[in-house]
Design a protein around this ligand. Structure first.
Ligand code: SDX
Length: 433
């Protein structure tokens, strides 16, 4: 007999089904609530609301657990391979050697952009925010691959997903090259996913960028740790847009826009700016923490806190180690890492943060890793988007197959004017003071 929840409204009681997840999470299923009671629920920000059943990613925020298709993220650390994890998230299992080879070959074959897309880059100011370009150019793919706008079958989906995962690198690299006034560097079919991205960003004509193994592994792991995070703001945006049967390019372009916000993916930029501000001596770590605690200031300790993690974000733990190892191997000590550690030490001993269960999140150390690789701060959130893309695709594809033809459309409680008559302009009193 499955568990139920009893809801009492006035003199009536209603039994509502309870849904229980693989790891014992429980939800009251309210799909029939309005039809049976006339009531809806209210949950601004959706902190208590599940939008779907999902078998893609599991997070236990109290225990600091993150698993992709059941595999703990810590197990991807030894030989990080972002392409393999992308397949796992999208298709639900680790690829066979042959499946991996075919997928990697598809990514290699479809790394180039249509030459016509270059004119779009030329139209942007060099100072244009890379996230604006990324969203625009992902959407522009809809114009160059109209055959993918009507999703027919699994084969079409696989080709569309492979093209998008491959081309997002080229779009990101070209936006960086345009911002520097440098020539575009074509993808090199001899290079694997991450080295090819860095090649397109940093090679010069006739001077190849050499990707060191420690850099290749660090960036693969950064992308893996950003690859999915269940129903976060940007993934929920991709699902919302996809529920209207908008194509994958349009849905992921919307996800880029949601990720851009400083409370979400944009936080990795704000963390670096915070660390640099302290490094320049404009403010001490102690003063910054004091400012972040003050109700009078809008300042927050960027890279700290999380809607789900109420203990350490396991990604922050791994990225902290990656940062230390990378800087040591490259022989490039970074004072910002010491400042980050100092901020973490102060905050984790401060009752304000302890009581609110505010710990470092994925953004706290990721920027230090990206900076060590030579990626400019304005490209940090673009790297987050490249990492998150497989998660967006996985959730988009899952939603299409599990709730076909059902648009996502939340309700509201109206608190505005009651019935009000229109007043012709001539009869309105002037309110010019
Ligand atoms: C990501 O959802 C995901 O999974 C996101 C993500 C993913 O992989 O997709 O994990 C990626 O977006 C990580 C988060 C990156 N953002 C930041 O680092 C920005 C700083 N963090 C905060 O803005 C905040 O912690 C959020 C946005 C991350 C979470 O906000 P919540 O859950 O809405 O928490 P809240 O704003 O209700 O805060 C609760 C309390 C408040 O104080 P009181 O009103 O109780 O007195 O904690 C305080 C907040 O003021 N607080 C902070 C704080 N974060 C929360 N105070 C100072 N510094 C902070 N960072």
């Amino acid at each position: 007999m499955s568990e139920t929840a009893t809801l009492s409204l006035g003199d009536r009681s209603y039994e509502l089904p309870v849904s229980v997840g693989t790891e014992g999470e429980c939800a009251i299923d309210i799909r029939e609530l309005r039809g049976r009671t006339g009531y809806i629920t209210l949950d601004p920000g959706y902190a208590n609301t599940g939008s779907c059943l999902s078998d893609i990613t599991f997070i236990d925020g109290d225990r600091g657990v993150l698993r992709y298709r059941g595999i703990p993220i810590e197990q991807f650390g030894s030989d990080p391979n972002f392409v393999e994890v992308a397949w796992l998230l999208i298709f639900g299992r680790l690829p066979s050697p042959e499946e991996y080879r075919c997928f990697a070959a598809d990514l290699t074959a479809h790394a180039n952009l249509d030459e016509g897309m270059k004119y779009h880059f030329e139209g942007f100011p060099r100072s244009a925010p890379p996230m604006a370009i990324l969203s625009a150019m992902i959407n522009a793919l809809s114009c160059f691959y109209p055959e993918y706008l009507e999703l027919e079958d699994d084969v079409t989906f696989r080709m569309m997903a492979a093209r998008l995962i491959s081309k997002i690198r080229t779009i990101a690299a070209y936006s960086y090259r345009h911002s520097k006034g440098q020539p575009y560097i074509y993808p090199d079919p001899k290079l694997r996913y991450v080295p090819n991205l860095l090649h397109m960003m940093f090679s010069q004509p006739y001077v190849e960028y050499e990707c060191e193994d420690v850099v290749r592994d660090a960036l693969n792991l950064v992308l893996i740790l950003h690859a999915d995070h269940e129903q976060n703001c940007s993934t929920s945006t991709v699902r919302m847009v996809g529920s209207s049967q908008a194509n994958l390019f349009a849905s992921c372009a919307a996800g880029v826009c949601a990720l851009w916000g400083p409370l979400h993916g944009g936080a990795n930029v704000e963390v670096l700016r915070m660390l640099e501000d302290i490094h320049r001596g404009n403010v001490t770590p102690e003063d910054y923490v004091r400012r972040a605690k003050s109700k009078d200031s809008r300042a927050r300790l960027m890279g700290f806190g999380h809607r789900v993690y109420k203990s350490f974000d396991p990604r922050a733990k791994m990225l902290s180690v990656v940062a230390e190892r990378l800087l040591m191997t490259l022989g490039k000590p970074d004072p910002l890492l010491d400042i980050a550690r100092k901020l973490e030490e102060i905050a984790l001993e401060d009752p304000y943060f302890v009581e609110r269960k505010l710990y470092p999140n994925v953004d706290f150390y990721s920027g230090i890793v990206l900076r060590a690789i030579g990626i400019p701060i304005n490209m940090f959130t673009v790297m987050f988007a490249i990492g998150r893309l497989p998660g967006w695709i996985a959730h988009w594809w899952k939603q299409i197959r599990t709730q076909p033809g059902r648009i996502n459309r939340p309700r509201q409680i109206y608190t505005g004017n009651g019935l009000t008559d229109y007043v012709p302009m001539a009869e309105r009193e002037s309110n010019v003071g």
